[in-house]
Write a protein that binds this ligand. Structure first.
Ligand code: NAD
Length: 474
């Protein structure tokens, strides 16, 4: 069944004459029809956000908090409907979709508790100087298709708390759950504070270059991030870029093979590997390589790839055809080069749905495309290493610098290695844990700026220093 969805502009759910179809990646059938906005609708959304900014930016922060908390409540109350919708458009299994919806509601509530206190720089007999944090204005939020709800809400909540208003564009592949949330929050959020508009990729550059937008917060690929930086340079918009990654996971020889095999498996395969912070290169010490790689391949045997709405599915399809073809191309390249597979490798291109078997590679070379490039699919290259120095160098030999992990009983050693990795986040003995109170962001071509925590909140503000001369002769 195809349902028609609307956009949220100036507190109203609106439609457009042009529409776009949204497909279920497991069935390749259309499940939703959404507005396809162009410059005219964007202008209306920006005008509404500019108008709302005048009052929202002056609304006391505690009142803004209450609105954000009510939004979190609305998501939680409707979680059942939302997670099913999310699975149907994104493909992830129900339990993971449920995790994303409840996770987004929890993250929104947690972010609402952050503060924006003034800082006193000097309070002397002669002068009082303080820094206040002023909201930058109207924010343009652009999000990808892998965690559509989480990514949308992690932009909307801090923008609102800071006093900004926002025009948010979901990915054209996965706008449905976000538009349902738009409907749910329509009467909670004052008109114009949050506007959610959908359109093809061509809508993105219009947002980036719009004169009425003061800041862009973007999550997506590094290639698009570069275009955004270029577009935003025209009027020097503020930008936060959360981009791609090729995270390395390093397993030291003292790691317990039985205990880590399953965790390592899911660090690469959850959400069908379509996670910016998935382990995309796994380095295992040579002493435990054979045993651990066999154990990981064994875990793969017990996991079913299929339609995320079906019970028992552990890994869903790739979200869209373009990405499916890219992952297939990387697997084919590995086959053409004669690399050894411990699992998977044979995709059925004629089948319905964008399914890729769980693919594990046995020690491919460092310069293999499947190692050097961000796969963003259910693919896990396992590589052997001998020394700490060698593996640190190999892990850092990447244009990306998003995250990484070290697995070891010796946590001091794990931390010592972590401190040498050129990434924004490193986990010791876990993976993908993000806290709403700790900054998350990339180094190198994984982007800059941060989301989450006070640092993330400050990205929506600029510092204004006000100095009062106490003993002035006026
Ligand atoms: P993408 O860059 O293709 O698209 C992201 C968004 O940008 C979409 O909404 C798209 O419509 C829009 N867009 C496309 N072209 C644009 C342009 N020229 N100007 C402005 N906007 C434009 O990314 P994707 O394929 O949706 O997502 C996958 C990528 O996102 C991966 O590289 C992944 O690592 C990255 N990602 C990063 C993080 C992070 O926090 N660092 C999180 C999730 C995903």
């Amino acid at each position: 069944m195809t349902t028609t969805y609307h956009n949220l502009i100036d507190g109203e759910m609106v439609s457009t004459s042009a529409t776009m179809e949204v497909l279920n990646p497991a069935t390749e059938k259309a499940i939703g029809l959404v507005p396809s906005c162009g410059a005219e609708e964007l202008d209306r959304a920006v005008a509404a956000a500019r108008k709302a900014f005048k009052t929202w930016s002056k609304t006391p922060i505690d009142d803004r908090r209450k609105v954000i908390q009510a939004m979190s409540g609305a998501i939680k109350e409707n979680a059942d409907e939302l997670f099913r919708l999310l699975t149907s458009e994104q493909g992830k299994p129900h339990d993971q979709a449920k995790g994303e919806i409840y996770g987004a509601a929890g993250m929104v509530a947690a972010q609402s508790t952050l503060s924006l206190e003034d800082e006193v720089n000097e309070d002397s007999d002669t002068r009082l100087s303080r820094t206040r944090r002023v909201p930058v204005g109207v924010v343009g939020g652009i999000v990808p298709w892998n965690f559509p709800v989480m990514m949308a809400m992690q932009k909307i909540a801090p923008a609102m708390l800071s006093g900004c208003t926002i025009v948010l564009k979901p990915s054209p592949f996965t706008p449905l759950a976000t538009l349902r949330i738009a409907e749910l929050i329509k009467d909670i959020v004052p008109a114009g504070v949050v506007n959610i508009i959908t359109g093809e990729d061509t809508l993105g550059p219009l947002i980036t270059e719009h004169e009425g937008i003061d800041k862009i917060t973007f999550t997506g690929s590094t290639a698009t991030g570069k275009k955004i930086m270029e577009g935003a340079s025209k009027d020097l918009k503020r930008i936060t870029l959360e981009l791609g990654g090729n995270d390395a996971s390093i397993v030291l020889p003292d790691a317990n093979v039985e205990k880590v095999a399953e965790q390592l498996f899911w660090s690469s395969f959850s959400n069908a590997g379509q996670v910016c912070i998935a382990a995309k290169r796994v380095y295992i010490h040579e002493d435990i390589y054979d045993e651990l790689s066999a154990a990981i391949a064994e875990v793969a045997k017990g996991v079913t790839v299929g339609d995320g709405s079906q019970q028992g599915t552990g890994v869903g399809p790739i979200q869209n055809k373009k990405q499916f073809e890219r992952v297939c191309e990387l697997i084919q390249d590995a086959k053409d080069n004669g690399y050894k597979f411990l699992s998977g490798g044979d995709v059925d291109p004629s089948g319905t749905g964008y399914f890729v078997p769980l693919t594990i590679l046995d020690n491919p070379p460092e310069d293999a495309r499947i190692v050097a490039e961000e796969q963003f699919g259910p693919v896990m290259p396992l590589m052997k290493f001998s020394t700490d120095d060698e593996v640190i160098e190999r892990a850092n030999n990447s244009e990306y610098g998003l995250a990484g992990a070290v697995w070891t009983k010796d946590t001091d050693k794990g931390v010592a290695i972590a401190e040498q990795l050129e990434t924004g986040t490193v986990w010791i003995n876990e993976y993908m844990h993000l806290s709403p109170f700790a900054p998350f962001g990339g180094h190198k071509q994984s982007g800059f700026g941060a989301e989450y925590g006070t640092e993330g909140l400050l990205e929506f503000t600029y510092p204004q220093v006000i100095t009062v001369k106490k003993d002035a002769a006026v």
